[in-house]
Design a protein around this ligand. Sequence first.
Ligand SMILES: [Zn+2]
Length: 326
Amino acid sequence: MALVNSKKMFEMAYKNGYAIGAFNVNNMEIVQGITEACKEENAPVILQVSKGARAYANHTYLVKLVEAAVKECPEIPIVLHLDHGPDFETCKACIDGGFTSVMIDGSHLPFEENIALTKKVVDYAHERGVTVEGELGTLAGIEDDVKVEHGAESYTKPEEVIEFVTRTGVDSLAIAIGTSHGAYKFKPEQCTRNEQGILVPPALRFDILEEVSKKLPGFPIVLHGSSSVPQDYVKMVNENGGKMPDAIGVPEEQLRKAAALSVCKINIDSDLRLAMTGTIRQFFNEKPDKFDPREYLKPARANIKEIVRHKLKNVLGCAGKADECK
Ligand SMILES: [Zn+2]
């Protein structure tokens, strides 16, 4: 099947208590690792491209890589989504250039300006069958050009969501309930430590999610910054010359709980980066004589595939759901 927008996926995800994985793509191996897992697990998927990815790999290359995945995986629905669209022009370029979904991130703007910008993108997108994600509230952490210091983040205000969704016409809403971008989601002082000395992060604000859901029944909610930063991969990085002390993410049980509620899209990027980097570091450490990129990119791609498979089955709950999302 051809690329689809997110409408049917979110409808089914909401109804049946799961979430669609939105994974960031930057090169061929990442696209392949993700989509091979989704194909084998019969899972719908959102492949998302950030402004940074477009700057790195070039818009055309990314679109063509995703089109190749669509051709290789005809049995699963795939969305091509712009992650953190910074302005109308970037959203327009992606809509005109083959994307089936875009995010316009006006979360840093005053409320009225966020509404005006988001509505402008929605009007343009909907005329062309493209779905739009908006955002209220800001996440801490770093993702490409989006940089917010810990302490400067702000939770979504539930009293704003009805007006925002009604006036803009967005198809989904990203909210801030304590997730954050990057591999250092919480400062050590925000956490406790378990017996092994590993940081235990504070719980997500499910009370905010609940309030938002009550105000917007049936409406798809999105969580950004939802990697779990698997400690096995942090260890693999650190044992092979890396330096990522106190890297920490959102516990998977909390994401599973969110997926069973109104959260229909969960963004995961850092976990795939860690799988790729850990694998390559270990390869180089163990085989310093090797220099053929295929030899180290192959196991990296295989581990991306396995971590995505794990997410589909055990965190998102969308394995086996491809058919109902078509
Ligand atoms: Zn994000």
